[in-house]
Structures are given as C-alpha cells and as structure tokens.
Write a protein that binds this ligand. Structure first.
Ligand code: TA6
Length: 302
C-alpha cells in the first residue's frame, strides 16, 4: 500500500499515540496499538493479528522471522484467519490452503477505545475474485480487542439467496519458551483426528505434550483450554464461543525445514492452538443468517 493511502487511513481511523495506522513490514498497512492495558498490532492484509502483549507481560504470539510480508502470501505466525475452508480445498488442489481471506486486503472499518484497550474492526466480502474459488455471497466482519485479554470475533453473514457451508479457524501461533516444556490442558478424553497418522481417530488421555510432529483436530471441544508454558513460566487460558473443534499443531524438525517462511529451529518456541469449526463440524448458514466464532485469551500466573 502506498504511503499516501496509509496516511489517509490514519487520518480517517487512527487514534493518535494509542492506535495509529502506519506502514508495517513489507509496506503493508497495520494498526499499531499502544494502549494502557496492552500493546499489539493487526495488519489489513488478511485481517492478520501479529502481536498482543498485555501490560506487564511478554509478547504472547509467535511470528516467524522468515515470514513473507506481501499480498497473495499469508503471514507466518500471529493469528491467520482460515476461511471458507481449512487445509486444502477438497475439490480443488489448486485452491489456496486455508481459504482465501488470509491473503487479501481487508477493509478497515473502525478503531475505537475499549476500556483501557482498543477494538479494531475490519470487513471482507465476496466479489468476483472470491467467486473464482467459492460461489457464495458473504460478508465477514472481524473484531479484534487488544486489552488485558485478546478477544477475537469472526462474524459471517450469508448475504446470498442460498445456504452456504463453510469451515473456519483462528489459526493462532503462540510463543512458548521451549516446546518440550509446554502442555495443553483441557482436551483429555476428547476424540481427535491425527493428521500425522493417516487421519486415524484417537482419544486424548491427559495433557497434550509435544514430542514429535503434531497435527490434530480435536472434535466436539467447546471448553476453555490452558497452555501451560514451563519455559516462559506462564499459562494462557483460551476460551471460545461457537467453536466445536480445536486444532493443535507443531511442525517439529522435518516439517519446519520444509517451510520456506519458517526458521529451521522455530518449532522449538511455538505451538498453534486453533479455535475452529472444521470437517464434520463445518457450519451451514441459511440466507441472511449469521454466525460468530469468538476466542478470549488471557495470561495467568504460572
Ligand atoms: O493447522 C494445522 C495445519 O493445517 C497443518 O496441517 C499445517 O499445514 C499448518 O496448518 C500450516 O498451514 P499453512 O498453509 O499456513 O502452511
């Protein structure tokens, strides 16, 4: 985006000192939040949250040092928005992984104070480009509130005349001190699909610990979960609404090497925990209907 366009966005929407619109990496426009309760940032590219640091705490989100910052490519890290499908598109191997909204420019609608934090709202809608991949008419509104909690709301409206069925995920990358010292509590006894083992169905017993490539879709999960991080000596409490699957991913050694926008050793200091509605838990909306998936993340003492 050119400097004049960023300057104009800042004039229209920026909150001086607390939430200006500035040029971020790759010249992409971002809202840079420096509020009393939190710092953070969100790019118009992909509606992509790339930072959240509650006051008195360390940065919570992971962003790869090798990430690309260009239209048409997803930022590696932060919270990519996966929509309207998750992973590969079942009927089109040429379609972009995780859908098309994480690689397009969203429209900035507002930046408003929210207590001692800030809420940024963005929108993306169906158009001729999206219909090349997916025929539906839709409007997607994303509200990100950066405060003592990170609250992300993804609201879809079916603006068309026929029902639509979609998958969605807030594909959040969290920093950890050392992945072997991390564990995810709250998924015990849930069934999951193990994508590293031919999608075999399995059942979780106890906390999720990471000791190899991990790529799991936990089914029917609606409860809050906790990321316990022995390395950074903190816990993240991740609650959600209107989401019935949770994805847990760490690429481990070989997959990390295979990703050109991910450092070979970065698997050691990240884990993805993704509120989602995927596979059998995809959502169907009638014309005019709305659906809002929400996550609420908070840092609590170790
Ligand atoms: O959420 C886990 C996953 O579906 C993995 O299978 C892996 O592909 C990851 O997403 C990253 O996908 P991306 O398209 O961002 O490289």
């Amino acid at each position: 985006m050119d400097v004049a366009a960023v300057t104009e966005l800042n004039r229209r929407f920026g909150i001086p000192d607390i939430a200006p619109v500035i040029e971020g990496n790759g010249g992409l426009a971002k809202v840079a939040i420096a509020a009393r309760d939190a710092a953070g940032e969100i790019y118009l590219h992909g509606g992509h949250v790339t930072g959240w640091q509650p006051r008195g705490r360390e940065e919570v989100l992971f962003v790869s040092s090798q990430s690309r910052w260009e239209s048409g490519r997803a930022i590696r890290g932060g919270v990519p928005i996966c929509f309207p499908w998750f992973g590969g598109k079942a009927d089109d191997p040429k379609a972009p992984a995780h859908g098309f909204v994480r690689t397009t420019a969203w429209t900035l609608d507002s930046i408003v104070p929210a207590g001692n934090g800030v809420t940024v709202s963005m929108t993306t809608e169906s158009d001729a480009n999206t219909k090349k991949w997916w025929p539906a008419d839709f409007r997607l509104v994303y509200r990100a509130t950066f405060g003592s909690e990170l609250v992300l709301e993804l609201e879809l409206t079916n603006t068309g005349a026929s029902p639509l069925r979609f998958e969605e995920a807030l594909h959040a990358y969290f920093r950890v001190g050392q992945i072997e010292q991390a564990r995810v509590n709250g998924l015990s006894t849930f069934d999951y699909v193990d994508k590293t083992d031919a999608n075999r169905p399995k059942r979780q017993q106890g906390p999720v610990v990471i000791g190899s490539e991990t790529d799991r879709v936990y089914l029917g999960t609606t409860v809050p979960i906790e990321l316990e991080d022995g390395g950074l000596r903190r816990r993240l409490r991740i609650a959600k609404e209107n989401s019935r699957t949770t994805v847990v991913w760490n690429p481990w050694i070989e997959k990390a090497k295979a990703l050109s926008d991910f450092g070979d050793d970065e698997w050691k200091t990240m884990i993805c925990i993704e509120a989602s509605n995927v596979a059998d838990f995809a959502v169907t909306l009638k014309p005019g209907e709305r659906h809002k998936m929400k996550t609420i993340t908070r840092v609590v003492d170790f």
